[in-house]
Design a protein around this ligand. Structure first.
Ligand code: NAG
Ligand code: NAG
Ligand code: NAG
Ligand code: NAG
Ligand code: NAG
Ligand code: NAG
Length: 404
């Protein structure tokens, strides 16, 4: 297969293909990141369906918001589908890409209970992939607020292994703005994140199928999920961060933040500001020696991988998995103190831009006018996710909203 050389250094002899994958997000079915991930997973030989919101649904957590109208009352995001079209339908150009006018958690329900049984050749996906979100999903507070992670948790609650992804870059862009080559001659950050997401999913799939428990074929046991955060992919301007290694991390610790209310005397209304608190950062479960997601994202160009469960009960006694990290995480997810970290695309993977090198990302429909429009401002995002930086953010709700 096309990507074998990329992962050759990670001891994967055979890549398992042909899994049924549901892909969703909270930024909407037309954004660059979800389309790039869909194309990358499809290129790896999997049978993929997108079911995602017709418009941005960031920050909805696990809320269930079903459409209260059988028709769209306004155009979908990026005008892909027009007002008056059914509230659920497919992209005009791809019948594996579905939109629904509902919250992220309802996308998973509508997919499992309607779209897949009626319109796909499978009903229960082997894996749900959510994201990559625009803006990081770090710490237990965003775990509860993020629509991307809300969809992830909903899938896990329905018994399906699920991985939620988030990128540091926070400005939503349309799939048709994916550049086949950036000014720096590299692949678009969305393309690279899509490939990174697919490469990690493939590693989980291959690990599960090669383990002693391959009879079940499950990528993760019931109740387990994974949350991934990518650093800022720099390929708009340079190659300083284009192939981040995956690092084992934990959700709490090292400055994960919650929020505080900030009253504005001038306007008389509240906004929010990020606030790091011991409650948010208490280590109760898992390996407390692992770095928090914030620390990993603050170290040079690394992605954090958190293994979580949706059993929120406080622990008592032994876990059924004595070392869940080693048992469940593929070798690609490395310890932060390991030497010779291998990039998430594989060692020395090419990220050169241009149509001839874009094997797994984009749809070849890059639009140059919007690419030029977005080039510079797309980079004006969080460069440093230290807690002090996060605390200093003053834009309150507006900033937080883009992070979810
Ligand atoms: C389902 O469809 C996909 C894509 O067309 C195909 O590769 C796969 O073999 C089909 N699976 C079954 C069980 O028919
Ligand atoms: C594999 O199966 C055994 C026996 O059912 C179980 O104890 C163990 O937790 C499973 N391991 C994983 C990684 O699921
Ligand atoms: C808002 O008003 C309170 C109470 O009068 C005052 O303590 C605070 O400094 C004011 N904040 C700003 C930003 O002006
Ligand atoms: C590396 O990190 C792991 C997990 O944080 C820790 O258990 C281990 O002791 C560390 N090894 C060294 C050599 O510091
Ligand atoms: C990657 O590049 C480094 C430095 O050029 C080289 O030492 C290494 O062998 C390469 N690894 C692979 C898997 O090609
Ligand atoms: C990020 O912030 C940390 C803590 O304030 C600091 O040590 C580090 O140098 C900063 N990194 C960059 C790239 O600014």
């Amino acid at each position: 297969m096309k990507t074998t050389s990329l992962v050759a250094s990670l001891t994967l002899a055979v890549s398992v293909q042909g899994l049924n994958v549901l892909i969703t997000n909270d930024d909407g079915f037309g954004t660059a990141n979800i389309r790039a991930m869909y194309h990358a997973m499809t290129a790896l030989g999997h049978n993929c369906y997108i079911v995602a919101s017709s418009s941005d649904q960031s920050g909805q957590g696990s809320r269930l918001i079903f459409a209260n109208n059988a028709k769209l009352t306004s155009d979908s995001e990026f005008g892909i589908v027009k007002s008056g079209a059914p509230s659920i339908g497919t992209d005009p150009n791809d019948d594996h890409i579905w939109y629904y006018n509902g919250s992220p958690a309802t996308q998973v329900l509508v997919a499992l209970d309607y779209v897949l049984p009626n319109h796909a050749n499978f009903s229960v996906p082997d894996l749900v992939m959510a994201g990559p979100n625009y803006g990081p999903n770090i710490g237990p507070f965003l775990y509860g607020i993020s629509g991307t992670l809300g969809a992830t948790q909903t899938a896990i609650a329905r018994g399906i292994p699920a991985i939620g992804y988030a990128g540091t870059y926070g400005t939503q862009t349309a799939y048709y703005d994916i550049q086949s080559s950036t000014k720096a001659g590299l692949q678009d950050p969305a393309t690279i994140m899509g490939r990174l997401a697919a490469n990690l999913a493939q590693a989980f799939i291959d690990k599960a199928h090669s383990s002693s428990n391959s009879s079940t074929g499950r990528i993760l046991p019931l109740g387990y999920g994974v949350s991934v955060n990518f650093p800022l992919i720099s390929s708009f301007t340079d190659d300083s961060c284009v192939n981040p290694p995956y690092i084992r991390a934990r959700m709490t610790g090292d400055g994960a933040f919650t929020s505080k209310a900030v009253f504005n005397n001038d306007t008389g209304i509240f906004g929010s500001a990020n606030f790091a608190d011991d409650g948010t950062n208490m280590c109760i479960n898992g390996d407390c020696s692992l770095p928090g997601e914030v620390e990993v994202l603050n170290s040079d160009c690394k992605s954090s991988v958190v293994l979580f469960t949706i059993d929120y009960d406080a622990p008592y006694g032994e876990s059924s998995l004595v070392d869940p990290y080693t048992a469940l995480l593929p070798d690609m997810v490395q310890l932060n103190n390991a030497t010779n970290l291998v990039g998430g695309l594989g060692a020395n993977a090419s990220v050169a831009g241009g149509a001839s090198t874009s094997t797994t990302g984009g749809n070849g429909a890059a639009s140059t006018n919007s690419a030029a429009k977005s080039g510079g401002s797309r980079l004006s995002v969080l460069k440093n996710l230290s807690s002090s930086t996060l605390l200093a953010l003053t834009a309150g709700v507006a900033v937080l909203a883009t992070l979810l």
